[in-house]
Design a protein around this ligand. Structure first.
Ligand SMILES: [Zn+2]
Length: 70
């Protein structure tokens, strides 16, 4: 098992601080954003509406909550 040092970063898109592995923004390919915004950008790029993005993120959080206690 690999140990990762978790570092707190602040997402420039939503302003949330997070410790998960950052995602690379598709918009400029250099900005590091939080995993949620990474998911949103990916969903947006395939034409998923905002309301639907929220539902999908909610589902992801429900499942990942079991794996990563906060
Ligand atoms: Zn974000």
């Amino acid at each position: 098992m690999k140990t990762e040092i978790s570092k707190t970063r602040v997402c420039p898109l939503c302003g949330k601080s997070y410790t998960e592995r950052p995602a690379l923004s598709r918009r400029d390919n250099e900005t590091l954003i939080c995993p949620d915004c990474g998911t949103r950008e990916a969903l947006e790029s395939i034409g998923v509406a905002d309301a639907e993005q929220d539902k999908i993120l909610h589902t992801i959080h429900r499942f990942s909550a079991d794996l990563q206690p906060e």
